[in-house]
Design a protein around this ligand. Structure first.
Ligand SMILES: Nc1ncnc2c1ncn2[C@@H]1O[C@H](COP(=O)(O)OP(=O)(O)OP(=O)(O)O)[C@@H](O)[C@H]1O
Ligand SMILES: [Mg+2]
Length: 353
């Protein structure tokens, strides 16, 4: 979804509730080279339920990344998700002109969007000819203007220029395609999960098409909070133990039960989403799951989800096909999965819809 439109190469900026991720790539023909990758952790109250509460803290976080990474580019691609975004596939009768299509998209959008139409930014992409009659399938994307405004203001305050507004689920898909294209069959149905702090973006794809997207309102925060509760330690302590560093008398091998309990809850939510997808696309059989996002690093996650869903599960490496001579490899390995959305944004060809 391009709400602003731009001309040149962009910096990918994923403003998450736990951390801001910045990625800059150099495009050389088809190959890509990593120029900068930075992560800036935010206080937990800076972004709550997708809304920027502490605009200053977010702008400061972006500025810090721009300075520490010596970013010269000004143009930024960013993305949002959660309840502020609605993605819906609709079928419309074929019409003669662009104006007529815009008119019917707007009219249809009014039926599907639970907010007044004046309060959303609306965009759409034509997916192709629908299976029946003289009709076309259109992907409708609506984002609440106030939420889009929070994010673009924070970027502007940090001295950058927001030129492209995307959806987390599509940016993740973009990163996946750039890195795994040669490994996937055009008819294979794959679930992509962006396991963040406060939510999980799910995008079920077949080849290069997104069949279904949904966001679940639970993520790594729930695991952090379970560890805080179970061991009576601080948030910082729990975050550290999750990363494998002992804190406040708690060592990483002590927390697997807390992790599993929350993962159990999360799996139920994912399962419900998969079942909902199956009900709408009966003939599609999912064959693999790829997980990204910071919480893709949760200990035991591959075996856990593999056991629950009985299919191949892997952690997505968004830098798999990206050359890297500039950024510390240990940092890239540690934070790689968290960068998926930012990578997907940084490789957006500017000008595409
Ligand atoms: N090594 C690790 N092991 C376990 N969990 C981790 C690790 N590294 C990060 N996390 C968790 O990942 C989450 C942050 O992931 P990410 O940066 O993708 O979230 P976000 O984009 O800021 O959040 P959201 O998109 O939900 O607003 C946090 O819950 C954090 O505790
Ligand atoms: Mg995120």
């Amino acid at each position: 979804m391009v709400l602003f439109g731009g001309q040149k190469e962009v910096v990918g900026l994923d403003i998450g509730s736990h951390a801001i991720k910045l990625v800059e790539l150099k495009h050389r023909g088809k190959s890509k080279e990593l120029v900068s990758f930075g992560v800036q952790v935010l206080q937990p109250d800076a972004i709550v339920e997708g809304a920027i509460i502490d605009a200053m803290a977010v702008a400061d976080g972006i500025s810090t990344l721009v300075n520490t990474q010596s970013i010269k580019k000004k143009l930024v691609a960013t993305s949002i998700s959660g309840s502020a975004v609605i993605v819906k596939k609709i079928t419309l009768p074929r019409v003669a002109s662009q104006e007529e299509l815009q008119e019917s998209v707007r009219w249809e959008a009014e039926q599907y969007i639970p907010f007044p139409i004046e309060e959303v930014n609306l965009d759409y992409t034509i997916l192709g000819k629908a299976s029946k009659g003289e009709a076309i399938d259109v992907l409708l994307v609506a984002a609440k203007k106030d939420i889009v405004g929070f994010y673009s203001n924070a970027i502007t305050q940090a001295g950058l220029k927001p030129v492209l507004m995307d959806i987390d689920a599509f940016a993740m898909q973009n990163a996946f395609e750039a890195n795994y294209k040669e490994l996937i069959d055009a008819n294979e149905v794959i679930a992509l999960l962006n396991f963040g702090a406060s939510k999980i973006n799910i995008n079920i794809i077949k080849g290069e098409n997104s069949l279904f997207t949904r966001d679940i309102g639970i993520g790594g925060n729930a695991i952090t909070e379970a560890v805080m509760r179970d061991f009576n330690i601080s948030r910082e302590g729990a975050e550290s133990v999750k990363r494998g560093i002992p804190a406040e008398g708690v060592s990483p091998n002590m927390i697997q039960n807390s992790i599993n309990q929350i993962m159990d809850e999360i799996s139920k939510d994912i399962k419900r989403t998969f079942e909902f997808f199956r009900a709408t696309a009966v003939e599609e059989e999912m064959s693999r799951i790829y997980i990204c996002g910071g919480a893709a690093k949760t200990p035991g996650i591959r075996d856990f989800l593999g056991g629950k869903f009985g299919i191949y599960v892997d952690i997505m490496n968004p830098f798999k096909n990206v050359k890297n001579k500039m950024v510390d490899i240990e940092f890239v390995n540690e934070y790689g999965p968290a960068a998926a959305v930012a990578v997907g944004l940084a490789i957006r060809k500017v000008g595409e819809a």
